[in-house]
Design a protein around this ligand. Structure first.
Ligand code: ATP
Ligand code: MG
Length: 198
């Protein structure tokens, strides 16, 4: 049976440790976050951070590398907000298009936009949604991507999403989250649900 006294003592010890960790984290700089893995929650986590940033009046740019339509709820919502630019630069799933020239054109369009934004210190947060796929398919050069990320403005945050993030990207990132697929409704035959999946 837990006593109130024990609980208070345990929390006091925990507070000393948490306060010491907070006091030790004094650096300020833009972060590179990678959200990868097979589970659901990568893009929606990135867009959650976009909402946070906009709430603080920061400037956000989203570049979507795979999606090729404008029907997601997040896009509808964010387009009506101030301080955000939303670019859809995908040709759709590569197994749907099966058209290398079209996929390359879309990837290059997205990447050239990203290059501009990654030089612009007025942009506080850049979301490169699903960029791992054109990187994997070598439609965008990984070396060029790493170079642009490393050279970006010091205070700029970049969030990268997509399965199978390359190891070199994981190495240069500050925060890496691998979302695990423990269970997904789709495998029980449930279609993509509005508000949950799109
Ligand atoms: P979300 O945008 O919902 O955060 P995500 O970015 O983590 O998802 P993606 O790989 O981009 O995942 O997939 C986008 C779509 O595929 C979403 O509709 C999502 O629910 C669905 N999805 C994600 N993971 C799985 C899975 N393991 N099995 C089936 N569908 C999935
Ligand atoms: Mg996604």
């Amino acid at each position: 049976m837990k006593t109130t006294k024990n609980y208070v003592q345990r929390m006091a010890r925990k507070k000393v440790m948490v306060d010491a960790s907070i006091a030790a984290a004094t650096k300020q700089r833009g972060l590179l976050l990678v959200l990868t893995g097979n589970g659901k929650g990568k893009s929606s986590s990135a867009f959650g951070m976009a909402a946070r940033a906009l709430g603080h009046k920061l400037h956000v740019v989203v570049i979507q590398f795979v999606k090729n339509n404008a029907t997601t709820g997040e896009e509808e919502f964010f387009r009506n907000q101030a301080n955000i630019q939303w670019h859809i630069c995908g040709a759709g799933f590569t197994w749907e298009t099966a058209n290398l020239a079209k996929d390359m054109e879309a990837a290059h369009k997205g990447w050239s936009l990203a290059c501009e934004v990654l030089k612009d210190s007025a942009i506080n947060m850049v979301i490169l949604d699903e960029i791992t796929y054109p990187l994997r398919d070598k439609l965008i050069s990984l070396d060029a991507c790493l170079e642009a990320l490393v050279a970006r403005p010091t205070m700029q945050h970049v969030i990268i999403t997509g399965r199978g993030a390359p190891q070199a990207l994981i190495e240069v990132a500050d925060t890496v989250t691998e979302v695990q697929d423990s269970k997904h409704a789709f495998r029980a035959g449930i279609a993509a649900q509005i508000g949950i999946e799109y």
